[in-house]
Design a protein around this ligand. Structure first.
Ligand code: ATP
Ligand code: MG
Length: 752
């Protein structure tokens, strides 16, 4: 064993080492709580396999988020060197399946270039199905669209919105569990069956798959084509799965088939299962026990990550869950550490101020408590709660990175990607539609009119958006457009040709992206900025500045190249075909990452504060963690549409697990903040979960002022405990919106 490997392995404890060295042909299950070194053990196991002479390219390590995958690759490359780490197949379920499906696309009735449907495309396809069926039933059925509803505007109006949301959810769930239209027919759900059938047909005609298809098609490839299975079995000598609790039943099936030689290791913690909306299902542990009866189980029971205070608080929280499949002892040798601070803030601004003060205090104290901004994380339930922090951090010049998808959700970026996508797929109207809306140098209203008209023509003539646009702008169809609009349209069509040309000609992805991005008209950028300005002026600066957008993209190209060593992999074809192939791989990489909630700038997180949703914080750790807006309605989340709390037991338990994941990210100090009023002066309650943490582990800090309603009735005193606040808050009516906040010395310091 190379020296650096043995040094790493020696740092593991006895049980971890036992797991790392255990025989590869015996199925292994490591079930353990947060911070107990599960991932560290996996890394150890991979090192052992490498030292036994197994080729890195024969090891398949799967996990749930791309962030976790890169983290693991990084950990291995520090010990085993970049080369070995590069050849390892560390991937998510989806990137694994995407690769497999691409290589055997012909067996799935697709071509190698198939695209992957996103949410928006899925929604459109569902609406289209509802509309067609609505027509067939002459608009008799309330579940479908009415005949008179304008097909074009359905998506953007409320007509069909709730219904289509419902059906989209139905389709997603059906696909996640691998159900076919036939199943729903048998269940007597004819509409469901028909919608699903239409939806699947759309996927086929568009040469597309959706995210759930990727998994189920992989299962199909492995079960229906013995040669594919054989190929995989020859390739994967070891299969290791982290965060196993998040696998759906379909993903489990994939594993089960792949691991028919028992060479599988699974690692997980059922208490951290937080993706049930994605079909995750902790019964996977039970299935594993059944399907791999000669399995060996190793439990890790020592938390190395967090202070005793945090470990105990989290343990007592999670005890309130009834549905747990493995009860784990929690031990830690770490010191008690300081109490968990529960901080009440008047509103989100105050909350933000508190966090900033704490961070700056720790960084600039004498002696500084910590030297790096990278030791802090701010976790929230919903992405929107991060907004106020972004703005404030920018003002105060505190470096931060937003984990996840924010960047790739920007309109400008989406237009750039759609421009690139038009060079890949023939039939994806969504991309063309977005490009037209982005690039036509017309007013917003004009653009909308033009795009709607193209849509209408394409529906009437049953042709693609592009064909319709082509015929309109080349005056093959008499239309209502002004001459200038036709000219602009024709210009745009030739721009599309130009993009194709660039992709086919240029050899470097960076050049392609830069040239394509530079085609975005100034007008569109200004438009975006105006929208942004209306958003409270919080995002004006760099966000819609094209140069920084391009820089961001180029950074991602660089990290894509380094991860996939794309230059080598795609080198040959590059010569002949420009960078079409590598572009396709890059788009897959980004969309996979976006979908799986990658923290988008993994490289610059070393000295910047992490802003992340709890879901995306999975498997990661920081010295000091702030869980913000820990209010009822946020965590547990109140259901958006019905306004009814998710009182049903299982979702409440999932919310509790989520809070558990959040708490256990902290190494040294945990702050939990909640606000008393939201931006509309709606009174908010503190999270019910606080009551589940032993009081002696908590340090309550009630906001420095006294919150009074206009009648000057005291609502919260400085001595009050959250339980009492809770009562007082409920007594206050929402009408008392002009709340004043009075400091202890009697001055009003916040007044709206
Ligand atoms: P999670 O459930 O959150 O994914 P995990 O079980 O995967 O957690 P790791 O991330 O592997 O835990 O480890 C948590 C921390 O404990 C890391 O900082 C790791 O370096 C440290 N650690 C793990 N094992 C040991 C050990 N034997 N000795 C010292 N530190 C350890
Ligand atoms: Mg882990």
């Amino acid at each position: 064993i190379p020296q650096q490997y043995s040094k790493y392995l020696a740092s593991l404890n006895e049980r971890q080492r036992e797991a790392a060295f255990s025989d590869i042909t015996t199925p292994l299950m490591i079930a353990a709580g947060p911070g107990s070194g599960k991932t560290s053990t996996m890394v150890g196991r991979i090192l052992v396999l490498l030292s036994e002479g197994i080729d890195p390219s024969n090891i398949l390590a799967m996990t749930f988020t791309t962030a976790a995958a890169s983290e693991m690759r990084e950990r291995i490359s520090t010990v085993a060197g970049k080369m070995a780490a590069k050849d390892l197949n560390i991937c998510t379920f989806h990137s694994f399946s995407l690769q497999l499906c691409r290589s055997h696309a012909d067996k799935l009735g697709r071509t190698h270039e198939f695209s992957v449907f996103g949410q928006g495309q899925q929604r459109r396809a569902v609406i289209e199905a509802m509309r067609l069926l609505g027509n067939e039933t002459s608009g008799q059925n309330n579940e479908l669209c009415k005949l008179e509803e304008d097909p074009i505007t359905i998506a953007s109006t409320h007509y069909c919105k709730d219904k289509s949301k419902k059906w989209q959810k139905f389709v997603t769930q059906a696909k996640a569990s691998g159900k076919t239209p036939g199943y729903f027919t048998r269940m007597g759900n004819d509409i469901g069956a028909a919608i699903l059938k239409h939806y699947n047909e759309t996927l086929t005609t568009c040469n597309s798959l959706d995210y759930h298809d990727l998994i189920s098609c992989s299962v199909k490839l492995l079960s229906d084509f013995p040669e594919v299975l054989k190929e995989c079995q020859n390739l994967w000598k070891a299969i290791i799965v982290d965060e196993f609790q998040d696998t759906s039943s379909m993903q489990y099936k994939l594993l089960q088939i792949l691991a028919s030689h028992d060479h599988i290791t699974i690692v997980g913690d059922d208490d951290q299962s937080i993706f049930s909306f994605n079909g995750a299902d902790t019964s996977g542990f039970d299935s594993f026990r059944e399907d791999f009866p000669n399995y060996k189980e190793i439990r890790l029971n020592k938390n190395y990550r967090s202070t005793r205070c945090i470990v105990e608080a989290a343990a007592s929280l999670i005890q309130n869950n009834v549905k747990r499949c493995q009860l784990k002892d929690v031990l830690t040798d770490n010191s008690l550490g300081s109490k968990i601070t529960i901080k009440e803030c008047h509103n989100e601004d105050a909350q933000c101020m508190f966090v900033i003060d704490k961070i700056l205090e720790a960084i600039s104290g004498e002696p500084p408590e910590t030297a790096s901004f990278g030791n802090f994380a701010i976790l929230y339930r919903r992405q929107v709660s991060g907004k106020v922090f972004q703005a404030a951090f920018r003002d105060r010049k505190i470096p931060f990175n937003i984990h996840g998808v924010a960047f790739y959700r920007k309109k400008v970026v989406r237009v750039i990607f759609s421009m690139l996508n038009t060079t890949l797929t023939g039939c994806d109207d969504g991309h063309y539609r977005r490009v037209f809306k982005g690039l036509l140098p017309l007013s917003k209203e004009e653009k909308k009119m033009v795009v709607n008209h193209i849509d209408k023509i394409s529906t009437i003539r049953k042709c693609s958006f592009l064909t319709a646009a082509f015929d309109i702008f080349n005056a093959k169809i008499s239309g209502t457009f002004k001459r200038s609009q036709l000219t602009q349209g024709r210009k745009l069509l030739s721009t599309l040709d130009m993009i194709k040309d660039i992709v086919q000609r240029e050899q470097s992805l960076s050049t392609v992206i830069t040239s394509v991005a530079n085609m975005i008209p100034q007008r569109f950028l200004l438009e975006q900025r105006a929208i942004v300005d209306n958003d409270g002026g919080k995002f004006l600066n760099e966000d819609s500045d094209l140069r920084s957008v391009i820089q961001y993209l180029l950074d991602d190209v660089a990290s894509f190249i380094s991860i996939h060593s794309a230059t080598e992999e795609y080198g040959h074809e590059k010569e002949e075909r420009g960078c079409l192939n590598i572009l396709k791989a890059f788009i897959d990489f980004i969309s996979e990452r976006e979908k799986r909630n990658f923290r988008s700038r993994i490289n610059d997180n070393e000295n910047s504060v992490a802003l992340t949703t709890i879901h995306q914080s999975k498997g990661l750790e920081w010295d000091i963690v702030f869980i913000v807006k820990a209010n009822e309605s946020e965590i547990p989340l109140i259901h958006e549409f019905t306004g009814v709390p998710k009182e049903d037991g299982s979702s409440l338990e999932e919310e509790r697990r989520l809070f558990y994941v959040a708490m256990t990210r902290a190494r040294k100090k945990l702050f939990i903040l909640y606000v008393t009023v939201d931006s509309t002066w709606q009174i908010l309650q503190p999270s019910r979960f606080f009551k589940e943490i032993p009081v002696e582990l908590l340090d309550f800090q009630i906001s420095t002022g006294t919150l009074k309603n206009p009648a000057n009735k005291q609502c919260i005193t400085e001595e009050a405990r959250p339980d009492e606040c809770y009562v007082n808050h409920t007594n206050m009516s929402v009408k008392d919106a002009s709340i004043m906040v009075e400091t202890s010395n009697g001055n009003n310091f916040l007044k709206r």
